[in-house]
Design a protein around this ligand. Structure first.
Ligand code: ATP
Ligand code: MG
Length: 454
């Protein structure tokens, strides 16, 4: 039996007492049957939106999508979406129904839903209403379209990515006819808005089946990120690598924590490899500068997909630095911390580890030992007294520098930058007195205003 929380039950009761059929439907039933806590509860009802509003007049309601029949009730347990049973009209643009028609019966509503595991409802006695074999597919771990997959993907191409996303999130396979149709119909993905593509892609990437889904359905992913396509089957001709670039990429995605920024980074980290590839006289493949080239490409891809700026910049920073050698000295560690900041430096360590997950054992061990060493240096640098990796955390500020007679303007910044370098290089302690002394002894050229300053 699936437990329906009290705040959901109250809504169901209110709708039913007003004379309308109402059921929990979709993802919450699927999650409940899997023994998982549903992330949200969606209700389907025979009541029209105005009737829903009247029956739930005691609630704060948001008219989320009246045209599509959705009203959201804000309850003590969180928002609950209540959607009038509907069928979708024709889909001329391959994404949005031209119109939706409200219908009185749950059965018709279930038929418009995407996958069998998403097309179940719970009746008032707590029994599962399952018209399409959703339970069986849930047991077997299968994503299968409700109805003819070619028709369903043709109606709404977003379902192609939703199939991949659920296969990853639930760690399911895709039923063969559904799988064939989605690959065959992948060009229809060009009609889907980039925001929706990015949202589904991110959910795919952060699921437990991400690497496997990327390997099995690479062609569909290449439709939305064509820049990745040359990686498939790309022989690296290098003893440090076992797999072709795409297989390596999919394994690196799995090897990093399921965080959107880290997973996007690993998905795109080698996007610059095919374009920077060359073989030396011995026939060994190299990819010098692929971090820089890849960061440029990733920037374009993530802008196109409308990724938010903070995530895009972080992903590109990590990609740009992913193929540098881990620093071996405290000084190099401090310099890298100054360049990246603590947070990104830690993420970079996670990316290095993931990047090594599928190397030949000897290479992997050598690299992981280097990474361990750098992580120790990182911890030591951060644990020191008055750790300082930016001008902002210096023990002196611009006013102190001006008090020494340096004229206001760029010269102040130059002095502070020089002091930071001294601290990073271990030549000055980050204390007020030590820094003021150092500032006094800096060459005059650093402290004077220059003609070029104005
Ligand atoms: P999640 O846990 O990610 O919210 P969910 O199954 O609730 O999973 P939603 O995107 O919230 O997914 O959609 C709710 C339900 O609406 C789905 O379970 C499915 O029945 C139906 N649905 C959503 N999008 C589509 C679509 N594009 N085509 C057909 N049915 C859809
Ligand atoms: Mg949902």
């Amino acid at each position: 039996m699936i437990h329906i929380p009290a705040y959901v039950d109250k809504l169901l009761t209110a709708l039913r007492e007003a004379g309308f059929a109402a059921f929990p439907v979709g993802g919450c039933v699927r999650d409940g049957l899997m023994g998982r806590e549903p992330s949200d509860w969606d209700l389907g009802t025979a009541a029209r939106p105005e009737q829903v509003k009247a029956a739930l007049s005691g609630y704060r309601l948001v008219e989320t999508g009246l045209k599509h029949g959705t009203v959201t009730a804000l309850t003590s347990g969180g928002p609950v979406e209540i959607t009038t049973f509907r069928t979708d009209g024709a889909y001329r643009d391959g994404r949005h129904p031209d119109r939706v028609a409200f219908v009185p019966r749950l059965e018709e509503d279930l038929a418009r839903r995407d996958f069998t595991v998403n097309a179940m409802a719970l009746d008032p006695a707590g029994q599962v209403i399952d018209l399409y074999g959703g339970r069986e597919d849930l047991e077997a771990g299968l994503i299968r379209c409700v109805g003819d997959p070619a028709v369903r993907f043709g109606e709404d191409a977003l379902r192609i990515l939703r199939a991949l996303r659920f296969a990853s999130q639930l760690d399911f396979d895709i039923e063969p006819a559904t799988a064939r149709s989605l690959l065959r119909g992948r060009a229809m993905l060009d009609r889907v808005s980039r925001e929706r593509v990015f949202s589904e892609l991110t959910r795919l990437l952060t699921g437990p089946g991400a690497g496997r889904v990327l390997r099995e359905y690479g062609e569909a992913v290449f439709q939305v990120i064509p820049e990745l396509a040359p990686q498939a089957g790309f022989d690296q001709k290098n003893p440090n690598h076992i797999h072709d670039v795409w297989t390596h990429t999919t394994m690196a995605v799995d090897a990093v924590a399921a965080d959107p920024v880290l997973r996007l980074t690993m998905l795109l980290h080698d996007v610059g490899k095919p374009t920077t590839f060359f073989t030396d006289e011995a026939g060994v493949g190299h990819f010098y500068g692929h971090g820089e080239a890849g960061a440029e490409m990733a920037d374009g891809i993530l802008r196109r997909l409308r990724c938010d700026t903070a995530a895009r910049e972080r992903v590109c920073l990590l990609i740009r630095n992913h193929d540098i050698k881990p620093p071996k000295t405290p000084r190099a560690a401090r310099r890298l911390l100054a360049r990246l900041g603590e947070d990104a430096a830690r993420q970079l360590v996670a990316c290095w580890r993931a990047d090594n997950a599928d190397r030949p054992a000897a290479v992997r061990e050598r690299n992981l030992a280097l990474i361990d060493e750098w992580e120790k240096l990182l911890a030591e640098a951060l644990a020191g007294p008055a750790p300082c990796f930016s001008v902002k955390s210096l023990a002196v500020n611009g006013r102190d520098i001006m008090a020494l007679g340096v004229p206001e303007g760029p010269a102040v910044g130059r002095v502070l930058a020089r002091l930071l370098e001294l601290v990073l290089d271990g030549e000055a302690e980050n204390s007020r007195q030590a820094l003021l002394e150092k500032a006094e002894s800096l060459p005059e050229s650093c402290c004077k205003s220059r003609e070029t300053d104005v």
